[in-house]
Design a protein around this ligand. Structure first.
Ligand code: F0G
Length: 458
């Protein structure tokens, strides 16, 4: 190692996309037209888009080159075998079922194993995972450790499963539990990682109760980086070795290649159980496609395969974790409450902490996210009572936390973009007490945050 302290982007820029600053008046109109829902804003009216890290990253030269190798044969395409090999190199599951994105894998899996009266534990279900579990009539139970819901408590692995709570659930409702799921990293809980030690303990419980363990592995490389850099005894292993051990603890996985696949689309379901795989493939053919392409073009399979080789690069992961923490450090230093420590893919602002005068059912996260857009054209995402407050029985209650996620697309923005985000966020925080809450004027039956319309409260 050289002695230099500055952690740089381990790449240079090869193609550029213009971005455009709108006027305050244009943003005000865009908000009103969108019903104050940032999902309904035209992306061209956004300057720095931190809505999601999903499918928004920059592909590498080698991924674009791989796309030219895409073979679009319906069955048995060489691109399929390139993809299969790249997936199994990291996740050696017997069956790999390609899907167009993560939620398609979830839908297929839970259509087979879910159903009324059943119950699926997870550290924290992501919103689509929860929706796919609940759509089958099953119950989605979140069992993250208590510190996982305390934004300012600093622990290295706040995504860990509460093993004692999982044991109780398995003792009380064992027959109702078709499988145990662990989300790495825990996106809805602040992008917090899960330790190898915790995964081993969950594995041991699954063995004792005869339950399969599935990973929701969207951000597996970032999780492995945190294991390497935070877990005693892991610092000398390669990220790839850690990923393979994590995979070896599970019976299967769902994956969105739009995150740590470094691709703009794609996903898969992988598993060892032959009978379950056959049922899943039958559903795959019904809605996604033939098993050697699933929901993807041959060129997508190639881009994902190359992305999987690049994402375990440790210079990349060091830069990734550091550049996300750069944003978080500046916000915390300025007194803005954030979920800490910082995860790999995003910084989560604690809107409930910053806006104590706005009660959860007036959506402080929505108020903060809208103001960041109004002030500086920055688009973040509410992860709180708007996203999780409405329950299947129709009732509404505050979510565990009201956060605004500033997700960082991979390899896309530079440090000066982030410096601009910091300047805008500090300006908004200085005016926090003048922000007002929102009410929902229209919402759909499920996943309301995508399409609900809001109105500012007077
Ligand atoms: N699981 C987790 C933990 C996720 O973060 C996501 C997507 C999915 C599953 C579903 O994958 O989008 O490919 O269908 N998260 C995105 C986000 C949408 O913004 O965090 P998908």
């Amino acid at each position: 190692m050289d002695r230099w302290q500055t952690i740089i982007e381990p790449f240079r820029i090869h193609a550029v996309e213009p971005i455009r600053l709108t006027t305050a008046g244009e943003r005000e109109r865009a908000l009103a037209d969108a019903g104050w829902n940032l999902f309904s804003i035209h992306a061209e009216d956004v300057l720095i888009d931190l809505l999601t890290d999903s499918g928004t990253g920059a592909m590498s030269r080698d991924q674009w080159a791989a796309i030219q190798h895409g073979d679009e044969s319906y069955a048995g395409s060489p691109s399929w075998y390139v993809f299969l090999e790249a997936v199994q190199e990291l996740f050696p599951f017997r069956h790999v079922i390609p899907t167009h994105q993560g939620r398609a894998a979830e839908r297929i899996l839970f259509s087979v194993v879910g159903g009324p009266g059943l119950c699926v534990p997870n550290n924290t279900h992501f919103d689509t995972t929860r929706a796919n579990v609940e759509f089958t009539g099953a119950e989605a139970v979140d069992l993250v450790i208590p510190e996982g819901s305390e934004p300012s408590t600093i622990r290295p692995f706040k995504g860990n499963v509460d093993v004692a709570a999982l044991e109780r659930l398995l003792e009380e409702r064992g027959p109702d539990v078709p499988l145990v799921m662990v989300t790495i990293t825990n996106n809805s809980g602040g992008g917090q990682p899960v330790s190898l030690e915790n995964l081993r303990a969950v594995r041991a419980l699954c063995d004792r109760f005869g339950k399969p363990l599935f990973l929701d592995a969207c951000r597996f490389a970032e999780n492995a980086w945190f294991i390497k850099s935070r877990e005693p005894g892991q610092e000398h292993r390669t990220v790839k070795e850690i990923v393979r051990e994590v995979a070896s603890l599970a019976d299967g996985m769902t994956m969105s290649a739009k995150k740590d696949g470094l691709a703009n689309i794609g996903g898969w379901l992988a598993l060892n159980d032959d009978a379950l795989a056959e049922q899943c493939r039958t559903l795959l053919i019904l809605t996604e496609g033939f098993p050697t392409y699933g929901g993807l073009a041959g060129r997508d399979l190639e881009a994902i395969a190359q992305g999987l080789r690049e994402v375990v690069d440790e210079d990349y992961l060091r830069y990734r974790a550091r550049s996300t923490a750069y944003l978080g450090d500046a916000l915390v230093e300025a007194g803005i409450p954030c979920v800490q420590p910082f995860g790999g893919h995003a910084v989560y602002l604690d809107a409930r902490g910053l806006l104590p005068h706005i009660p959860p059912l007036e959506y402080p996260g929505q108020a903060l996210a809208v103001e960041l857009y109004r002030a500086g054209g920055i688009r973040g995402c509410e992860i709180g009572t708007v996203m999780f407050g409405r329950h299947p029985d129709g009732s509404e209650a505050p979510a565990a936390m009201d956060l605004v996620r500033l997700a960082i697309p991979r390899r896309t923005y530079t440090q000066s973009h982030i410096d601009y985000v910091i300047e805008v966020a500090l300006d908004v925080a200085a005016r926090a007490s003048s922000l007002r809450g929102y009410r929902i004027v229209r919402e759909p039956a499920a996943l309301r945050h995508f399409t609900a319309r809001f109105e500012p409260l007077a």
